[in-house]
Write a protein that binds this ligand. Structure first.
Ligand SMILES: *Cc1c(COP(=O)(O)O)cnc(C)c1O
Length: 419
């Protein structure tokens, strides 16, 4: 079999995948085509929060596949109403908010819906979206421009008009960029996942909320990675005591089945009229059956509480691992910042070789995002593997000489580009 990127592969070379072929999974474990087992602390990038092959989700999908997969949005959809009501209740932390949901197929599409909605609400001339440097909002042209990583824009000019970026966590910078005559929305992640799990200063979101209220600007929170229990609350904004106007979600919503959603307060949502936006597949029964089973199971298991408990355990034990500079994040979205001299992609690769799946969103950070159902023993096991991957004797790369400059190894950016 040829690897993507090789001359004989039929796949476009947008990724440089690690040379492992997973063929099955159960809970927090994956198995490759040689029968080897791995502990999965990436969850397909914060997607399989209930673990692999969760029976409730598998049975829901199978049953739905035998009933009805798809009919389009030209007909009423009871399942969509059910899932939207569940999302609305979770946005309200258990209390219905009377908000409304648009269903899409991915995170980028959920954000694209939010951007169009913001432009609809803002009206002509008030169409700008201000987002943060270091952010990640998707790969379509509009969401790519919203993504505050100029390196990802290179080669794809011209970017769609109407996006500006400011330093993350800096209220003053946002205040000077958020011109109320031009700006429709502020779009932020409550914690920047792809930037290496960057947590803004306490009070940042509340200050942004106050600024948006004062200027009549929508606050759109991208909870695609942070939402649905990952950070120890149903949504990360609930830790900050703010009420967003629009929330986007995707990743964990179908536990692996593609689905995205854009929730908005009713007055905001009602600015859309029939024909303004749409999707052939968005909200189709197959994806919604997975989402309903996922959300019901998440509620039954109280996954935010599990994320808090296991997250506290992981942070406490990771702090004493040699080579770890700091540990940041919330719940089970954890960034392990490595000491100078370590190359995080190389460390992730050594962990993989030792049977632990993690990734390196930046050159000095290992991200941990295990399934929210991970056990105490599995967390201990993961820390032990990371400890060995960080040990000076672990490999022949630069981590053996923590004082020396980081050596750029061939393929060292494969983890980073695996977004
Ligand atoms: C993954 C992610 C997206 C994009 O989701 P896709 O399903 O890949 O389009 C957007 N925002 C955040 C914060 C993400 O983590």
């Amino acid at each position: 079999m040829s690897a993507p990127g090789s001359a004989t592969s039929h796949l476009m070379p947008t990724y440089r995948p690690a040379p492992v072929r997973f063929v099955s999974g159960r809970g927090c474990r994956l198995r490759d085509d040689s029968g080897r087992e791995y502990l999965d602390f990436l969850s397909g990038i914060a997607v399989t929060s209930l673990g692999h092959a969760h029976p409730a989700v598998a049975e829901a999908i199978a049953a739905q596949a035998h009933e009805l997969l798809h009919v389009s949005n030209l007909f009423e959809n009871a399942l969509a109403e059910e899932v939207a009501a569940r999302i609305d209740r979770l946005v309200g932390d258990g209390t219905p908010m009377d908000g409304k949901v648009f269903f899409a197929n991915s995170g980028a599409e959920a954000n694209a819906a939010a951007i169009k909605l913001a432009r609809r609400v803002g009206g002509r001339g008030r169409h700008e979206v201000v987002s943060a440097l270091g952010s990640f909002h998707g790969r379509t042209l509009a969401t790519l421009h919203a993504t505050g990583q100029p390196s990802k824009h290179e080669g794809f000019a011209p970017m769609p008009e109407g996006f500006r970026h400011v330093a993350y966590g800096d209220v003053a910078a946002l205040a000077s960029a958020a011109d109320p005559t031009r700006v429709a929305a502020v779009l932020l992640e409550p914690i920047e996942g792809e930037a290496g799990v960057v947590v803004p200063p306490r009070g940042y979101l509340a200050a942004v909320r106050a600024l948006c209220d004062e200027r009549g600007i929508l606050l759109v929170l991208d909870e695609i990675q942070t939402g649905l229990g990952r950070t120890g609350r149903w949504f990360a904004f609930q830790d900050e005591g703010v009420a967003p106007d629009v929330v986007t979600l995707a990743k964990a919503l179908g536990n692996g089945v593609p689905i995205g959603a854009c929730w908005a307060r009713a007055e905001v949502a009602d600015c859309f009229t029939p024909g303004d936006h749409g999707s052939t597949f968005g909200g189709q029964p197959l994806a919604l059956s997975a989402a309903r089973a996922t959300l019901d199971t998440m509620v039954a298991l109280d996954v935010p509480a599990r994320a808090r408990a296991r997250g506290a355990q992981l942070v406490a034990s990771l702090r004493s691992v040699p080579g770890v500079r700091t540990v940041r994040g919330r719940g089970l979205l954890i960034g392990v910042v490595l000491d100078d001299g370590y190359d995080a992609p190389a460390v992730a690769r050594r962990a993989l070789d030792a049977g632990l799946v993690v990734n390196a969103p930046t050159p000095d950070v290992i991200r941990l995002a295990p399934p929210l159902v991970v056990s105490e023993a599995e967390c201990d096991e993961a820390v032990a593997i990371l400890r060995s991957a960080l040990a000076p004797t672990a490999g022949a790369d630069e981590s053996a000489a923590p004082d020396g400059p980081a050596v750029q190894r061939a393929g060292a950016d494969s983890e980073r580009s695996s977004r």
